[in-house]
Design a protein around this ligand. Structure first.
Ligand SMILES: *C1O[C@H](CO)[C@@H](O)[C@H](O)[C@H]1NC(C)=O
Ligand SMILES: *[C@@H]1O[C@H](CO)[C@@H](O)[C@H](O)[C@H]1NC(C)=O
Ligand SMILES: *[C@@H]1O[C@H](CO)[C@@H](O)[C@H](O)[C@H]1NC(C)=O
Ligand SMILES: *[C@@H]1O[C@H](CO)[C@@H](O)[C@H](O)[C@H]1NC(C)=O
Ligand SMILES: *[C@@H]1O[C@H](CO)[C@@H](O)[C@H](O)[C@H]1NC(C)=O
Ligand SMILES: *[C@@H]1O[C@H](CO)[C@@H](O)[C@H](O)[C@H]1NC(C)=O
Length: 817
């Protein structure tokens, strides 16, 4: 997408750093410079360098853009291969797709199947209005690039061809053998995967027994360091449920085609890197990362080498993801004086200073009632710039202004843009609302890190040049407090991105100075914003003032029909090209256009979901029963079976059988969520679950949102956009076996180690070989093996991370300032 001319606006001394930071355009260069210096937790000199770099690049930010885009397209190439659903099936990628195809949890693919893929997908697209359900993020991106991107068809074709020509060669050459091997193995696995649940229940049974009785039954028990006890009831329960579960998780080999995940890059050169040799614990040599970011290292956001090469920073490109070519395999260091995080809900008010040793934010924001240093703690009085009298009051104020918002009923999943320390999200829990908050990894001292340390969901993300990692039409409300984001510039490009992710009929709550201040600047912005929102057919439903907090909010509503779009005298902002896939987001450029709202009742987004909590339980009405689910049944049944399965697994095993202290679990990640069943089963536990749908998996993320849960897309061969030590429990169901075909497991496990808090838990379910491999690695990492079991080539592993760090050091050059 051509970035066009960007009018840069000087950001004056904007008081709200958070939202301001969301967009560089609005930030004066000198502020950027200052910020760069502020967080100099590590090395001021380096930062200074960077900032001078900043101004250089910025000043010369003309059109060296080419570099950037070529870089982009390179990355894209890796992602783009398949085009199953694309409007113009290309032979080249089609052929490749066959090589690469993968199935959700159980990859079984033959060439025949990819044919059937095509057939199936045609069927689906005909039958089901929203065939997104079955597409993977990668596929969408391909589609996107072949149709929607305004770079023009030529470019994208080139890319596609490039992918077709270049990539598969390596595939074919290097990996044929492996491929067929693994296929054989997998097809076997797949039948067994099905049994997936069974092992796990049995696992509990036998392992728990701590041998005496059942030892003889155990086909191949692994060393189990710690054996959790189960009550007889629980065991019985497990036993009973085991039979059924085997069915539930059975993946239908035939149908896996329908859900094909033709990962483009998957079999590329990475594959050749992988050594197939089994390793035992002593074969792993872990080292600590020597990086400028120190204990706060986020590989894809701290790739300083890549950042230095960026031709422009004017759209916050330097805060976007730039992943190192190879995922680092080193371990992130621990901050000095690190202590186990304070438990929720106390953590909402108070965290250990040493865990997030940044004082700058407290200094800057202290007077705004955000955060204060008190002894060993940082405390959060519960305010924020916009709600100095408390977030709860503000939340109620919104609802009083517009009762239809109905927190926790109609409005369940919201997006909080430029979230500060995410106090809003923290208090919305009390109203049964899940808030996905995001902010850039910025100069303001890691606001997202504070949020996560407090036990409040947040990710590092920026509204820069790329789409946000969420599907379209999923958020019930989008909120932006004290936004100094210049929504109105550049044709409203950024606001149009919010429009993309907002559900038709959903609300945009904008509480910013232009709403209630009348000085010239604010009045000007208000006027521009009014014009823009009007042209976007957003209905201004309410403006109201919160006298107590002395702020005001404007609430807009996205239309539920296309009438207004069609009646506009000018197509401006334009409706998106028909070929633009609204759910294709992975490395996809922002598009300054609007997608039509679905007019067919059977399409996702046409009807508002049921109220929370009913929406959690039921398969969405648009989930067509003619579509085939991940496990081979009709999608709605598949959904129900998945839910039942996870309810059983969670209650019979995870909550009681694995020796996990759930009172210290708050931030949970499902690394490979399908329908969100795992998260749904944890509904009554005081945790929140980030549901990650890998880009090579069937795209079921809209289903997860529809049931009132949230999540995002991600490629686990890269680092996740979160700070180190931010999750208490990470769950990986048949992820690693899949992943290790695309990238080194060491890198993935190093990433898990990075994400996990010390004493955090990793639960893995996978084939026995992978389980052994992970177990070996866990031992080498000095993790405590809490539980391990495998049977019939399926296994379950539960380990606890320790405080151990290696003594050797590895310098990551790309992350050295
Ligand atoms: C898969 O494994 C089962 C036993 O676990 C065996 O009976 C079957 O023949 C195997 N299938 C293939 C295709 O290897
Ligand atoms: C595709 O649809 C046609 C007719 O709608 C049907 O006969 C065929 O069985 C379908 N194919 C699949 C794979 O579902
Ligand atoms: C599954 O469970 C139900 C009741 O819980 C039982 O009626 C049914 O027979 C079971 N099916 C299998 C295959 O075990
Ligand atoms: C897989 O799906 C097809 C078509 O839906 C069905 O005929 C077949 O019985 C299924 N196989 C299994 C093992 O469930
Ligand atoms: C795990 O380690 C053991 C020895 O500790 C070794 O025999 C085995 O091959 C390893 N397995 C894998 C899958 O790496
Ligand atoms: C870390 O990297 C820097 C820069 O390359 C280097 O000067 C320093 O010696 C390294 N530290 C260690 C402990 O290796």
């Amino acid at each position: 997408m051509a970035t066009g001319k960007y009018s840069r606006i000087d950001g004056r001394k904007s008081t709200n750093y958070c939202s301001t930071a969301t967009i560089v355009v609005f930030v004066s260069l000198c502020l950027v410079g200052v910020w760069m210096l502020m967080p100099s937790s590590v090395d001021p000199v380096q930062n200074a360098d960077l900032s001078s770099q900043d101004s250089n690049t910025d000043l010369s930010s003309q059109d060296s853009k080419t570099d950037l885009s070529s870089q982009d397209s390179k990355t894209d190439l890796r992602e783009k291969v398949s085009d199953k659903f694309s409007s113009q099936p290309e032979d080249s990628s089609g052929g490749q797709a066959e090589d690469v195809t993968k199935e959700e949890s159980k990859p079984i693919k033959s060439e025949d199947e990819s044919n059937s893929d095509v057939k199936e997908s045609e069927n689906l697209s005909g039958k089901e209005s929203d065939n997104n359900v079955v597409e993977t993020q990668e596929e969408k991106v391909v589609e996107e690039s072949s149709g929607g991107v305004s770079n023009g068809e030529e470019d994208s074709k080139e890319e596609a061809e490039g992918a077709g020509d270049g990539e598969p060669k390596e595939d074919n050459g290097n990996s044929d053998n492996e491929e067929s091997n693994s296929e054989g193995k997998e097809s076997n696995t797949s039948t067994e995967t099905s049994e997936n649940a069974q092992p796990e229940t049995e696992i509990i049974k036998s392992e728990t027994e701590s041998d005496p009785n059942e030892a003889s039954d155990k086909p191949q028990t692994e060393v189990s360091v710690e054996e959790p006890k189960l009550t007889a009831d629980e065991k019985a329960h497990s036993e009973i449920s085991s039979g059924n579960q085997s069915e539930i998780l059975k993946e239908n080999t035939t149908e896996s085609g329908a859900w094909s995940t033709q990962a483009a890059e998957s079999e590329s050169e990475k594959k050749s890197e992988m050594s197939k040799l089994p390793k035992d614990a002593s074969d792993y040599k872990w080292k600590v990362c020597n990086v400028t970011a120190g204990p706060d290292y986020i590989p894809c956001l701290d790739n300083l080498k890549a950042i230095r090469k960026l031709p422009q920073w004017d759209h916050y490109q330097h805060r976007e993801r730039h992943c190192p070519d190879k995922a680092p395999t080193c371990l992130v260091s621990l901050p000095e004086g690190y202590r186990q995080s304070i438990k929720w809900p106390k953590s909402r008010e108070q965290i250990w200073y040493n865990n997030v040793p940044h004082t700058k934010l407290a200094e800057v924001k202290g007077h705004q009632n955000w955060v204060k240093v008190t002894g060993d703690h940082l405390t959060f009085p519960g305010g924020g710039t916009q709600f100095i009298r408390g977030a709860l009051h503000y939340i109620d104020f919104i609802q009083q202004s517009l009762p239809d918002i109905a927190w926790g009923k109609r409005s369940r999943v919201i997006l909080d843009v430029g979230c500060g320390v995410a106090s809003l999200g923290g208090y919305l829990f009390e109203r049964d609302v899940l808030a996905m908050s995001f902010a850039p990894k910025d100069e303001h001292e890691a606001q997202v890190q504070f949020a996560l340390e407090r036990g409040i969901p947040a990710i590092s993300a920026v509204m820069g040049t790329k789409r946000l990692p969420f599907p379209s039409k999923v958020f019930d409300v989008v909120h932006c407090a004290r936004c100094r984001v210049p929504w109105h510039i550049e044709g409203g490009k950024l606001l149009l991105e919010l429009n993309r992710v907002l559900r038709p009929g959903g609300y945009f709550v904008w509480s910013a100075t232009p709403v209630y201040r009348k000085d010239a600047e604010n009045a000007g912005i208000w006027k521009a914003m009014s014009e823009l929102t009007k042209s976007m057919c957003w209905d201004l439903v309410k403006i109201s003032r919160d006298k107590l907090n002395s702020v005001g909010a404007a609430i807009y509503r996205k239309p539920i029909t296309n009438d207004c779009y069609e009646q506009r005298s000018q197509n401006e902002p334009p409706l998106c090209n028909e070929a633009d896939e609204p759910d294709a987001v992975w490395n996809v450029e922002l598009q300054a256009c609007m997608h039509k709202v679905p007019e067919n009742v059977a399409e996702r987004g046409n009807q508002w979901p049921e109220q929370w909590p009913q929406r959690l339980e039921k398969a969405p009405s648009w989930l067509s029963s003619s579509a085939v689910g991940v496990y081979g049944k009709a999608a709605p049944e598949d959904f129900a079976a998945d839910y039942e399965h996870w309810k059983r697994v969670v209650s019979a095993s995870y909550l009681t059988g694995l020796g996990i202290d759930w009172s210290s679990v708050r931030n949970v990640m499902d690394m490979k969520a399908v329908y969100g069943g795992f998260a749904a089963a944890l509904k009554d536990v005081k945790v929140w679950v980030m549901n990650v749908v890998p880009i090579t998996s069937s795209d079921t993320l809209p289903i997860i949102y529809e049931r009132g849960l949230f999540g995002m897309y991600h490629d686990w061969c890269e680092s996740f956009s979160t700070y180190p030590r931010t999750y208490d429990l990470v769950h990986a169901d048949h992820l690693f076996s899949d992943l290790k075909k695309r990238c080194k497991l060491e890198g993935v496990i190093a990433e898990v180690d990075r994400i996990l808090r010390p004493k955090g838990i990793l639960i893995v379910r996978d084939d026995a070989e992978t389980i052994t491999e992970i177990e070996n690695m866990s031992k080498s990492l000095q993790w405590k093996i809490q539980f391990t079991y495998s049977k019939d080539n399926q296994g379950l592993l539960c380990v606890q991370k320790s405080l151990w760090r290696p003594t050797e050091v590895e310098t990551i050059k790309s992350a050295i300032a």
